[in-house]
Write a protein that binds this ligand. Sequence first.
Ligand code: ADP
Ligand code: MG
Ligand code: ZN
Length: 628
Amino acid sequence: MEKHHQFSLWYFVLALAALFAAHALVSAPQIETLDYSDFKKLVKEHGVVEVEIGTAILSGKVRSQALATLLPAEKAARLERDKDGLRRFATVRVDDPNLAAELEAAGVRFAGRYENTWLKSVLGWVVPIILFLLIWSFLLKRITAGAGGLMSIGRSKAKVYVEKSTGVTFKDVAGIEEAKAELEEVVLFLRSPERFRRLGGKIPKGVLLVGPPGTGKTLLAKAVAGEASVPFFSLSGSEFVEMFVGVGAARVRDLFQQAQTKAPCIIFIDELDALGKVRALNPMGGHDERDQTLNQLLVEMDGFSTEAGVIILAATNRPEILDPALLRPGRFDRHVLVDRPDLLGRQQILEVHAQPITLGPDVDFRALAGITPGFVGADLANVVNEAALLAARKEKPAVAMADFEEAIERIVAGLEKKSRRLNEQEKRTVAYHESGHALAASAVRHADPVQKVSIIPRGIAALGYTLQRPTEDRFLMSKSELLDKLAVLLGGRCAEEIVFNEISTGAQNDLQRATDLARSMVAEYGMSEHLGIVTYERQRSPFLPVDGWGTTRQEYSEETARAIDAEVRELLDTAHLRVLDLLRKRRELLDTMAEHLLQYEDISGAELQAILKKSRALGEGDGHEPAA
Ligand code: ADP
Ligand code: MG
Ligand code: ZN
C-alpha cells in the first residue's frame, strides 16, 4: 500500500516536469544575441536591413560589414550567418517610443509581430488545477487506505470462517451452563431446521448475548459456529461506523447479501452497542452516520426470513444503551445472559484452561475458585497463563498451587480498580442483604418469583442482586401489590438491621427506589387515605424538557407538600415494620439462605424453592405471611 503511494507521487512529479518542458518549448524565448545599445548604433549607421518587432523581442537582419566595423569581433561572432550574407540578430525590446521614427529615418524595413500566448495562459490555470486534483486524490487514498482503498468503501470486511475454522466448540466454554444450553438450541436450529418448522414454529432471527466483558460472549458465538459447521460471518459493531455517511449502511447491506448466498450461516455482530446506540433525538433533524447504519440493520433484519437459515447473533455488555427497536420481536428478541461465573463455574473454567498445562500434585481448582469471586472467564484464563509463566521463570517442573496463588494476587491488584473485592464481613452483609430481599419476595403475596440471588460482585455499585422475573405482563397494579413491592425493596435493609443491628450504605439504591415508589403512590396514584384521590404530579409530555432547562412546576401549596412528605414517610415506616416482623419470624430461613450464598455465591430459583419447601416441612409456616 505504502509503495503504491510513493509510486503515484513519483508519477505526479514526472507529470509536472513534463509540463514544464512543454511550456518551455512552446514559449521558448529567442536568445538575445545583441545588446539594445549596439542595435541602436547599427540602426544609426544604416547597418540594419530589416526588423521584426515582437512584444518582447526585436529580431531581424544586419549587414556583415557594418557589424565588423562597429562591434568587436567576439560580439559579432554571436550572430548567426544567413545564406544571403546577412546576419540574424535578436535583442530584448526596451521601452523606446522613438524607435519607429528612427527606423523610418534610417530606411529600415520593419514590421510588428503578434505572439500567440493562449497556450501560455491555458497552462497558467490548467497546471494548478491538475496539481490540486492530484493532491486531493492522493489524500483521499490515504484516508480510505484503512477501508481497503477507494473502490471497496462500501464492501463489508466480514471475515468468513467456514466450518471448523473457528476451532472452538462448546467444550471450550465452561461455567456458563445456562447460556450454553440456550445456544445449543440455536445449533439445533441450524443443523435440522425442518424439525422445528414441522409444527409451524418460527426459528428465531436474532439472539443477543448480554453480559459483562470477558465472560465469553465472543467465545460462545464462535463455539456455535464451530458446532453447527456453518459459515460464520463475524463483524464488530465499530467496524460499521465509518467516517463517510452511508458507508456503514452499505456495509450492512453487503453483509446480509453475502450471508444469504451462504445460508445456512451465522452472522455475528460483536460489540453491538457501538452501532446500536439509541438513535439521537436530534433537534436539528439531522441523521448521523450511525443512525443510518442502524436503520439499515433494522431494515435488513426485517427483510429476510429465517427460512433461509440465517441466524444473527450479537453481543453487548451494555444492553441498556441499545435502541429499543433492536430488541423488538422479530429482531433480537432472544436474550441470553452470559453472567459472571459462580464458584463451580470458575472451577470449570480454570480446568478447561489448565488442560494443556503440566500441573503439580497440590493444585486445587476448587480452592482457587473460592478465592476469585467476581473473576470472569478472561480473568481466569489470564490466571492460568500467568501461573504457567511464573513457574517457567522459576524453572519448576510443574505449575504449583503457589504459582496460581501468586498469579491471582497479581491479577487482583490489577482488578482492584475495576471490580470490588469484598472482605469477609462485607460478604456476610451482602449475603444477608440479598437474602432479605429474596425472603421478603417469597413471603409477601404479590411479589414476582425470585429467579436468582447472587452475591458475585459486579461493577462498582451493585455488590449483589436479587433477580425477580414477572410471570405475566402487568399494566395495572393494585395498592396491595405496590405495598408488597415496597416490602421487597426494604427487605435487604431490614435483614441487615435484624442480623447485624446496624445499617450499611449498601441499601442506598433500595431506599431511593422505595421512596420514589411511595411518593408515586401518594402523589400520583391517589392511594393515600389522608390526601385522598388527588393527583399532584402531572404526567409530562416526553417531548418537553423536564430536568434540562425547564424546571418542574410545583402545582400544590407548601402545606400539601408537607402532607405528602408525611404520608410518604408513614407508608415507608409501616412497610419497614411489616418487613422487620416478617423477617424476624423467618430468621432461621434467613440464616440458611445467607449461609448458602456465602458458600455457593448464588441461589437459583429452584434452589430457593427447595430451601423454602424444607422449612415448610419442618413446620415453619407456609412461607406466605397470613392475609392481612
Ligand atoms: P467477551 O466477548 O464476553 O468480552 P471473550 O469471549 O472475548 O469475552 O473471552 C475472552 C477470553 O476469555 C476467551 O478467549 C477465553 O479464553 C476466556 N473465556 C471467557 N469466558 C470463558 C468461559 N466461559 N470458558 C472458557 N474460557 C473463557
Ligand atoms: Mg467480545
Ligand atoms: Zn438491596
